[in-house]
Design a protein. Structure first.
Lengths: 198, 198
């Protein structure tokens, strides 16, 4: 009796294939046919799992967000417990940047996703929800750190949250080699030192 | 005798048409045919001016960079003379963000351009040159401000330059409405206040 293929597992395999195609060739060339070839499934099978490119991209993005979340948790697990809020923000921010190959693949897809979302109301709504959730998470960390006296009381937590998120602007600079990874990490450390300094 | 059409002017008209198509539909749908329709020229004429989509995108990006430069200069002209270096950096940074319609069109094209550049060695080289020129300009402003005593001597100008450039990460947050323009401006003012404070 053939082993039943796990639906979720198959979708994740396809998501990985999409990441590889996007990393190599860009989203505009990531057709259903190209992804089915990369995932080694038939076009019909691919369409069984995803009815459209947008549906495939949406799943791949959700899966990528989970992967970032796993990487953040792994990064947090190796810190002194309980971790200092500065280190929690640092790990969270660094894992959003294309500093390592696995982050680069998902970051490229994320950039393609944002561009697609500007012209597709459904994707746009999903992208906004994802970004707002990320923003809420960072703001919660900032507020907690401030409540515990790690961030000066005079700082506006909403402004500080926006500044932290805006630093994901290192992504294209890193991707194009205009800023090297150690320089990006040094700049983020500088920013966090200033945020946490009294 | 028919008025001779200025080559440069025609190319700029096409660049504007490309911006509109990219803003409305995204780069992946900005075919030569679509742009020729938008620019109201025949496909053959368009191909006379630009041999490929990449060539058209490159020109449109260079033209966009000139437009940003004009907007920065107009912004600087209305400041008290000579302008304070904090204000020069502020105008430069704000004009790089999609805070106004004309900036939004060029920012979307820029995002598409960076994504394309990752998979096209020629575009990549041009994108790197453009970004490095921009980075050099900002670093020169930071170093001058520091030499003139406006930025504390202890600050590392390379790190501060990278942090300023990274704040262009507000672009997707603004585009998707996760951060509103006044909040982005407030955050940038906060960052500059901290940079220029002793």
């Amino acid at each position: 009796m053939p082993k039943q293929v796990d639906h979720r597992e198959r979708r994740e395999t396809i998501a990985h294939a999409l990441w590889r195609v996007v990393e190599r060739q860009g989203w505009s060339r990531a057709t259903m046919r190209e992804v089915s070839r990369e995932a080694d499934v038939s076009l019909g099978q691919l369409q069984h799992y995803f009815s459209s490119r947008a549906a495939m991209l949406t799943f791949a993005m959700e899966f990528a967000a989970e992967q970032v979340s796993h990487r953040v948790n792994r990064g947090l697990a190796v810190l002194d417990q309980p971790p200092h809020p500065r280190e929690v923000l640092r790990v969270t921010l660094l894992e959003m940047l294309p500093l390592r190959p696995e982050a680069r693949a998902t970051d490229r897809m994320n950039a393609a996703y944002v561009l697609e979302a500007l012209h597709d109301p459904e994707l746009r709504e999903q992208a906004c929800v994802g970004l707002r959730d990320g923003r809420d998470l960072v703001e919660r960390l900032v507020r907690e750190a401030q409540a515990d006296g790690h961030i000066p009381a005079g700082r506006d937590p909403a402004v500080e949250t926006d500044l932290i998120l805006a630093l994901t602007g290192f992504t294209p600079l890193l991707e194009l080699g205009v800023v090297e990874p150690p320089a990006a990490v040094a700049a983020i450390d500088q920013h966090l030192d200033r945020l946490f300094s009294s």
